[in-house]
Design a protein around this ligand. Sequence first.
Ligand code: CMC
Length: 378
Amino acid sequence: ATPAPFRPGLEGVPATQSSICDIDGQRGVLTYRGYPLDQLASSSSFLETAYLLIWGELPTTEQLQEFEQEVQMHRRVSFRIRDMMKCFPSGGHPMDALQSSAASLGLFYSRRALDNPEYIVSAVVRLIAKIPTMVAAFQLIRKGQDPIQPRDDLAYAANFLYMLTEREPDPLAARIFDACLILHAEHSLNASTFSARVTASTLTDPYAVVASAVGTLAGPLHGGANEDVLEMLGQIGSPDQVAPWLDRAIAGKQKIMGFGHREYKVKDPRAVILQTLAEQLFDQFGHDPMYDLARKLEEVAAERLGPKGIFPNVDFYSGLVYRKLGIPEDLFTPIFAIARTAGWLAHWKEQLGANRIYRPSQIYTGQPSRDWQPVGAR
Ligand code: CMC
């Protein structure tokens, strides 16, 4: 058969069938299982949305209660994992700590039974429950403190902020953080989800699936961009510097962090919602001048990059929200991972339902067949 044309980055090549999430990149519309994201962000909770993504329908009251209780029961991590984290270099990146600790869960729950529905449920619950605990634990450990235990009376988002900051969060802050998790929970076949599906297709365990996805999310072209956005805004310094800075960046062929998307040719709908959330936070807890800088950059970039279909993506405003919540910059991507675990697990489950191992072909561009020569003869 004639080989399919080579498409760098698999642009436009369907690599799976999926009923989890749909993106309309021309109109800027995103749905999870058919539900518009803005409705979920304003009315659902992260755990309800995770349930929807993974099992395909919104839960009933009993199903939601049971899921929330199961997740709450499995939030703690073994002292062995906490001790392992104490041996990690405190200057290491929290995404590396998360990737290692997510993979280590496979050592504890090694009985792999992919055809047993109870095993699937227990892996889903454990991963959704323990990933935030591990992110918060590394944060305290690297500051030389002991991690604190989850609190049963706090809901998912509030408990994470509590474990991270050792303070019970303001209810509005917790609600906004929960909405951020909903916004980041799923986004079709992005790089980390593709990585999760490739790993899943070998029928390995779900902890390896999530660990490989965490490693993929960490890069600056993917989840790592949210951390780089604040650094970039810091470099620009003030709104009057935006236009000259952008001209220099474009002339130097530099990528503007938090801009551009393979799927969207308009502003990412998640960026629109995040902006509203940021403004709610500023109204309650005080304005952040970096937001004015970001809006100025969006405005100037719309003239210079808009005609090419390059607009703010999800990473552009998320950092400003997290910064207002007092979260350190290098935890922005681990937080993305906490949320995206729901999407990765939905894709893991979907992949298992119609599995065929991923094994694409390549176009060989190397040397023709030739004979090995002894070292002295080369
Ligand atoms: N700033 C300036 N120019 C850009 C940008 C940007 N952020 N993004 C794309 N372009 C230009 C690019 O230079 C190229 O121009 P030309 O055709 O003249 O050479 C054209 O647009 C196509 O870019 P591409 O890199 O081939 O597009 P892609 O679909 O392969 O990459 C992307 C998508 C998100 C990796 C890219 O837009 C990018 O690197 N953005 C900055 C990093 C970023 O914000 N990543 C977060 C992505 S969203 C959520 C997530 O995954 O975390």
